[in-house]
Design a protein around this ligand. Structure first.
Ligand SMILES: [Zn+2]
Length: 423
């Protein structure tokens, strides 16, 4: 931490009114009539928000801006030593449909405030500092989430992406070109080993822990693993007026048993895991025909692989029992499986020290939602700062975080970046 300044002097440079104003300005881009925000990746609104942040980076913060081939925007503040790896912070500006004003924006605008304060205090870091606005963090119309960060850690291939078209027939290449990026050059956007010294992201918690306990800052231990299973249940279509109950092989009734078994299994894990069936397709989906086929996806989230496996095993057992009892056919197949991510102890320590320096209350917690920082953790020491949001509500128009909470997050970020800079 800077020796010449005490925490109160630094705090006095942060401006909560300015933050409130910035949040409102961005939430006008893609504003929905009911108060929410729709700023889908690669949309006109997304482009408008991107241009606005580039303008702020260049004109208000005097950062050198570049956009990589994945559409990630970087604003660079040179350090004392040019050849040192970059300290990086930021988040995303795209939103879900009819989402809130803070998911993503809080991290970008919090980082903007950090640079504004560094400029004001004339603090020059040794490492170069880069603010990043990642491209398409939320699931886009091509079914990809955390696109920009995944691309930076070489988890996407150009050939696969080239095949993608959305429901409107737009190719992924066109979508990327719309925001000034170039699919043909995405290999050049892959981060090189040692290029990033650390990555830290501010984000709203999206769960109620901090809000309910009235704690300023969550120091994120890591990010949940996510396992998704496709479940196909084959029964028999039959006339629902003439087929007795005893003669039916109703795929939806069988599916219901599995859904409930999954819920029961998840509830038994003492809050250490969550499980959901959120996607169900029923065929033929007709009023007077018993369902012959159900196609659904079960999702299990946990920071603890053992708990996740326990639920997954129970799901398979329930499927076996249902096959025997109802005479239906059931196939399950894992189609997505990401391991939990553990954030850097060094970054967490810097965040803790920074909280102490600024006198902010804090607790450790983990994220049950995916974030760009999970991918960045593969190439650098990464961490996240959570700030409270009202009732833990997110991805909804009534998502709310106090601007003063974003300021507190920004203070912790500033302190942690300076500690990481000097270590
Ligand atoms: Zn987000």
């Amino acid at each position: 931490m800077n020796k010449r300044l005490n925490p109160e002097q630094i705090k006095a440079c942060f401006d909560v009114n300015r933050m409130a104003h910035l949040i409102e300005e961005f939430s006008e881009i893609g504003a929905d009539p009911n108060g929410g925000v729709t700023r889908l990746a690669f949309s006109r609104e997304d482009l408008k928000a991107r241009n606005k942040i580039i303008d702020i980076f260049e004109k208000k913060l005097q950062l050198k801006v570049r956009t990589d081939a994945l559409g990630n925007i970087f604003g660079r503040r040179e350090g004392e030593k040019e050849d040192l790896p970059v300290l990086m912070t930021g988040s995303h500006l795209d939103s879900v449909r009819n989402g809130g004003k803070f998911d993503g924006s809080a991290g970008v605008l919090g980082a903007v405030e950090v640079v504004r304060v560094l400029n004001k205090l004339e603090i020059r870091t040794k490492h170069p500092l880069e603010l990043v606005v990642t491209c398409s963090e939320e699931p886009n119309s091509f079914g990809i989430s955390t696109f920009g960060s995944r691309g930076m850690v070489a988890k996407l291939t150009r050939d696969d992406l080239k095949k993608l078209k959305d429901e409107d027939g737009r190719s992924f290449q066109e979508a990327l070109a719309f925001v000034g990026a170039n699919l043909d050059e995405i290999d050049q956007a892959v981060l090189k080993p040692g290029e990033i010294a650390a990555f830290v992201e501010i984000h709203i918690e999206q769960m109620p822990n901090l809000y309910e306990k009235d704690i300023d800052i969550g120091i994120v231990d890591g990010i949940t693993g996510i396992c998704r299973k496709n479940i196909k249940i084959r029964g028999e279509a039959s006339h629902c007026g003439t087929t007795p109950m005893s003669k039916r092989k109703d795929a939806l009734c069988a599916a219901s048993e599995i859904v409930l078994a999954l819920e029961t299994a998840a509830k038994e894990q003492n809050g250490k895991a969550l499980a959901t069936v959120g996607h169900v397709m029923v065929f033929p989906n007709a009023i007077n025909i018993t369902p012959s086929l159900v196609d659904m996806i079960a999702e299990i989230r946990s920071f603890y692989p053992d708990y996740s496996k326990a639920i997954s095993d129970r799901l398979d057992e329930a499927a076996e029992e249902t096959i025997k009892r109802r005479g239906v056919g059931i196939q399950t197949e894992v189609n997505y499986d990401t391991k939990p991510v553990h954030f850097s102890g060094h970054v967490k320590e810097a965040l803790r020290k920074s909280c102490q320096f600024f006198g902010l209350s804090h607790m450790g917690l983990y994220s049950m939602a995916g974030h760009d920082a999970a991918h960045m953790a593969e190439v650098t020491q990464a961490g996240m700062i959570f700030i409270p949001c009202r009732d833990g509500i997110s991805h909804r128009p009534d998502e709310w975080t106090e601007p003063s909470s974003i300021i507190k997050g920004a203070q912790v970020l500033l302190g942690a970046l300076l500690l990481l800079d000097s270590s």
